[in-house]
Design a protein around this ligand. Structure first.
Ligand SMILES: C[S@@+](CC[C@H](N)C(=O)[O-])C[C@H]1O[C@@H](n2cnc3c(N)ncnc32)[C@H](O)[C@@H]1O
Length: 267
């Protein structure tokens, strides 16, 4: 630590000292004493500006609602939903972010309504619970097996899924035909046919960015996982409900069972 930063640390409050100890932060949390965890975030006041795009689409009173926040990071969405009365389980596979979330829950006085657990998205296949509201934002493109994850996540949604992913350019969407003959495969190259670009090395310097679907692909994958798209309140964000037909929404569970070593009886 440099003399300058030691001096700064000496004058810092306990909250500021802890923020600095728990750095780096991806979520800019606004804490009761006025301090922020990532005030210089390159994306701006993140994810507050994203929350502003979706918050009016969600019930103001979530009393009695169970909420699952997948890839919760430092808990920004978990805290907003707990403030509305939801009982929130936040999961993430990164212990560093979970430590941030656990500390912030105490500082915000929300530890009674939030629980943070180390868990990977595929492990949800073994969680014997479903949730009124599921937040699955900013995670899909980090996964090597996105459709498997989406099938698992879809099983957890009782009422509403809020989904967000990085996309690739291209807003055109064509209605998918019932079938394509082998001779008609040129249609797969048309703009609007669902496409997802594989990133072998890195995107934006991040080697965990594996996939970038276009809008047509996002919408097709959501439907194919048994979800009904209710609305798209902002670019790359979708509000979905489970498909009314339980048989249809469970149609991929045999594959999920096999991929996650889950026995059918354990579901
Ligand atoms: C881009 S951040 C998004 C955070 C937050 N959901 C948001 O939208 O602001 C991705 C988060 O997902 C977590 N994550 C990535 N892969 C995961 C996995 N397989 N299981 C659980 N969490 C994962 C990361 O640790 C990170 O906290």
């Amino acid at each position: 630590m440099s003399l300058q930063s030691m001096g700064a640390a000496a004058g810092a409050t306990e909250v500021e000292r802890r923020i600095s100890e728990l750095a780096p932060w991806f979520h800019n949390l606004h804490l009761p004493d006025g301090s922020q965890t990532a005030p210089d975030h390159p994306l701006g006041d993140f994810p507050a500006f994203k929350w502003n795009e979706i918050e009016s689409s969600l019930p103001e009173d979530l009393s009695g609602w169970s909420v699952l926040d997948i890839g919760c990071n430092a808990g920004f969405y978990s805290f907003e939903l707990a403030r509305r009365g939801g009982r929130v389980l936040g999961i993430d596979h990164d212990e560093h972010y979970l430590t941030q979330a656990g500390w912030a829950a105490e500082v915000l006085g929300l530890q009674e309504r939030t629980e943070f657990r180390r868990m990977g998205v595929y492990e949800l296949a073994h969680l014997d619970a479903s949730f009124d509201l599921v937040i699955f934002m900013g995670v899909l493109y980090h996964l090597r097996h996105p459709l498997l994850a989406l099938d698992i996540v879809a099983e957890k949604v009782d009422r509403t899924l809020v989904f967000q992913t990085l996309t690739m350019p291209g807003n055109e969407v064509i209605a998918p035909p019932e079938d394509v003959t082998l001779d008609e495969r040129d249609i797969l190259l048309r703009a609007g046919w669902p496409k997802m670009a594989f990133i072998e090395h890195a995107l934006a310097g991040d080697p965990t960015n594996w996939w970038a679907p276009d809008v047509a692909c996002v919408e097709a994958m959501l439907r194919s996982s048994g979800l009904h798209i209710e609305a798209s309140p902002a670019h790359e964000i979708y509000l979905c409900s489970p498909c009314g037909n339980p048989l249809e929404s469970r149609r991929h569970s045999a594959e999920v069972d096999a991929a996650t070593n889950r026995s059918a009886s354990g579901r």
